[in-house]
Design a protein around this ligand. Structure first.
Ligand code: SF4
Ligand code: MG
Length: 335
């Protein structure tokens, strides 16, 4: 099998002053070798928490994986010690964040920061590590890499900093790259260049990529498959083609409707879905019900389950589930 990462029924919760927040509530997905999976949704939907759970980059005392499993190449990650996780991070699964200025150290040369992982994971000499770091910097499109290694973050533009973060994440040849909103802070031209860089790296190394984004344009340009998340759950999953051309979940349809058309003026105002996601997911029923124009009685009473649309496409919505008609009332009329 070419499945490299398998997440099954993952639950992650946080302890806050207001009580327990269930940020991720039963997320399952697989990632195959060499593919790109996008996780999309509004802020607070649990997409970043899901991503950070893979290498447990979560606040140690206030968060916990309360249920579920994460298997990487057959190995259970939820049971690993902090020491084992440190060996895994960077060498097997690497994270790339939105903001290089907070993710990287501005007081250490970027050469040292790229070499650190190489020396730690591959036990190479400094000279060999420096050579690999320069090669990597060249690969991500930074010219004159030997000279650039000696420089500091503030000497690079926003797009270049993002390239440096990708170089640090990819230098030990991990099998999985997880990128959390890696292009959000960049302008459209630079964003397109970074997406091309990810595709080139994937082609060259066969790395699998999980991209976390709220931007469906990024999804369309780089993903093979998509998980749409809402209030801590995956509400629809499918290939990019299935999600864009045959969306089933009302939330996915709303996201697509709010996406600026590529062939029209990008500055047109978006048509956002009315309402906001719940802070605390409702204990019963569909979390999207309060915003859904198709909501039926069953939706408020029971959580919808994943229903297959095709072998690669599923949605968690009562509209998809034939059992809804058997027991419950017709849709509530709304204007
Ligand atoms: Fe709307 Fe009901 Fe589907 Fe939820 S389950 S998205 S409320 S139709
Ligand atoms: Mg986020």
């Amino acid at each position: 099998t070419d499945v490299i990462l398998e997440v099954d029924n993952l639950h992650v919760s946080f302890t806050t002053h207001g009580g327990e927040v269930k940020a991720v509530r039963g997320v399952s997905f697989t990632l195959r070798k060499g593919e790109t999976l996008a996780i999309v949704g509004e802020s607070g939907c649990g997409k970043s928490v899901t991503a950070r759970s893979m290498t447990r980059l979560l606040p140690e005392h206030s968060s916990k994986i309360s249920q579920g499993s994460i298997r990487y190449k057959g190995r259970e990650l939820t049971k690993l010690s902090e020491k084992q996780l440190r060996e895994l991070r960077g060498s097997e699964i690497s994270m790339i964040f939105q903001d290089a200025m907070t993710a990287l150290n501005p007081t250490i040369s970027i050469g040292e920061q790229i070499m650190e992982g190489i020396i730690r994971h591959q036990k190479l000499s400094r000279a060999e590590a420096r050579k690999q770091a320069a090669e990597m910097l060249g690969l991500v499109g930074i010219s004159n890499p030997e000279m650039r290694l000696k420089q500091y973050l503030h000497e690079f533009s926003g797009g270049m900093r993002q390239r440096i973060m990708i170089a640090i994440a990819a230098v030990c040849k991990p099998s999985v790259l997880i990128a959390d909103e890696p292009t959000t802070a960049l302008d459209v031209t630079i964003q397109a260049q970074i997406i091309e860089l990810f595709k080139m790296l994937q082609k060259k190394t066969g790395v699998s990529i999980i991209i976390i984004t709220h931007d469906l344009g990024v999804v369309a340009n780089m993903a093979d498959r998509v998980n749409v998340m809402y209030a801590g759950k995956v509400v629809e999953a499918g290939t990019v083609d299935e999600l864009f051309h045959n969306p089933q979940h009302p939330y996915t349809k709303g996201l697509l409707a709010s996406m600026p058309r590529l062939d029209t003026d990008k500055s047109l105002p978006l048509t956002p879905i009315a309402g906001t996601p719940p802070d605390f997911a409702p204990p019963e029923g569909c979390a999207f019900a309060a915003r859904c124009r198709y909501a039926m009685e069953v939706c408020g009473a029971y959580q919808p389950e994943q229903t297959a649309v095709s072998s690669s496409h599923s949605a968690a919505c009562w509209l998809q589930d034939p059992r809804a008609q058997l027991v419950f009332q017709p849709p509530i009329k709304r204007n």
